[in-house]
Design a protein around this ligand. Structure first.
Ligand SMILES: [Zn+2]
Length: 261
């Protein structure tokens, strides 16, 4: 659970919205219908440097999604994020212009992380998630299953998984052999973090995936120094499972520190 009260409120508002529309199953989370019922028109258009744009005029609004987004899951996340601004930030601004970086903002506080927390809860409501999968050993198949069941991107499902599983995990997105962004289970892995654009350690599976594709999707032990050379090694075991994410040329690693369970 997010500890920041503003994030708890963001998640609660998404739960209330689903409740108000009587939505109880993943297939019923049809964001365009919800937007329409809320007085918001949804369109798409070229948006230079942004994923989505929200304009509010009184009780009506328009959400414009970038027509460069071709993936359904990414489009759904962008729309859910803007619905979050609509629900949470009426007093803050009447216009939001949100970039791809805003959509993955989880490290700091502020309206973007609140909108992302709202979007995660709206798209993958905790109440619809099988409780057994939150206790089970971490596995990318859980994330793949969520991404199919809730019609979200693998990335959205992975971020959600790290946020709510009871397992001590981090998901790390790297490209061109550098860590680009990450999300951790805050409750279990407080104190673990990465430097900005930290190079992938030679012992990480992510760094070796091109040469060794058979490692893809296999949970294996790695050295502490492969991921945390900047943090003191207290002899904790680290496991990594990595997969390439197409078409973005990114590698997603699921890191697991079982001793912190
Ligand atoms: Zn935003």
């Amino acid at each position: 659970m997010p500890a920041d009260p503003r994030l708890l409120i963001a998640a609660f508002r998404a739960q209330k919205l689903l409740e108000n529309y009587g939505i109880t199953r993943p297939t019923e989370i049809v964001l365009e219908d919800m937007a329409w019922a809320m007085g918001i028109q949804v369109t798409s258009a070229p948006l230079a440097g942004a994923e989505a744009h929200l304009v509010r005029v009184g009780d009506t609004g328009t959400i414009t999604l970038s027509d460069a987004i071709t993936e359904t899951g990414r489009r759904r996340f962008a729309l859910a994020h803007e619905l979050g601004h609509w629900e949470l930030h009426r007093d803050l601004s009447q216009v939001f212009f949100c970039s791809e970086a805003d959509m993955r903002q989880y490290q700091h506080s502020g309206p973007e992380i609140e909108a992302n927390t709202f979007a995660s809860e709206l798209l993958l409501p905790k109440i619809m998630i099988d409780a057994a999968s939150l206790k089970a050993e971490p596995d990318l198949e859980i994330i793949r299953g969520w991404s199919q069941m809730f019609n979200v991107s693998f990335t959205s499902a992975a971020v959600r998984y790290a946020g709510i599983t009871r397992q001590p995990v981090m998901v790390v997105f790297s490209d061109r052999n550098q860590v680009r962004w990450w999300r951790r289970n805050d409750e279990r892995l407080a104190g673990l973090w990465f430097e900005a654009d930290q190079p992938l350690g030679a012992g990480s599976i992510a760094a070796d995936l091109k040469n060794n594709p058979r490692q893809s999707g296999v949970m294996s032990p790695v050295d502490w120094s492969a991921w945390f050379p900047h943090l003191e090694d207290k002899g904790e075991e680290v496991f990594e499972c990595a997969v390439p994410l197409h078409p973005y040329q990114t590698v997603l690693s699921l890191l697991w520190l079982p001793s912190r369970y």
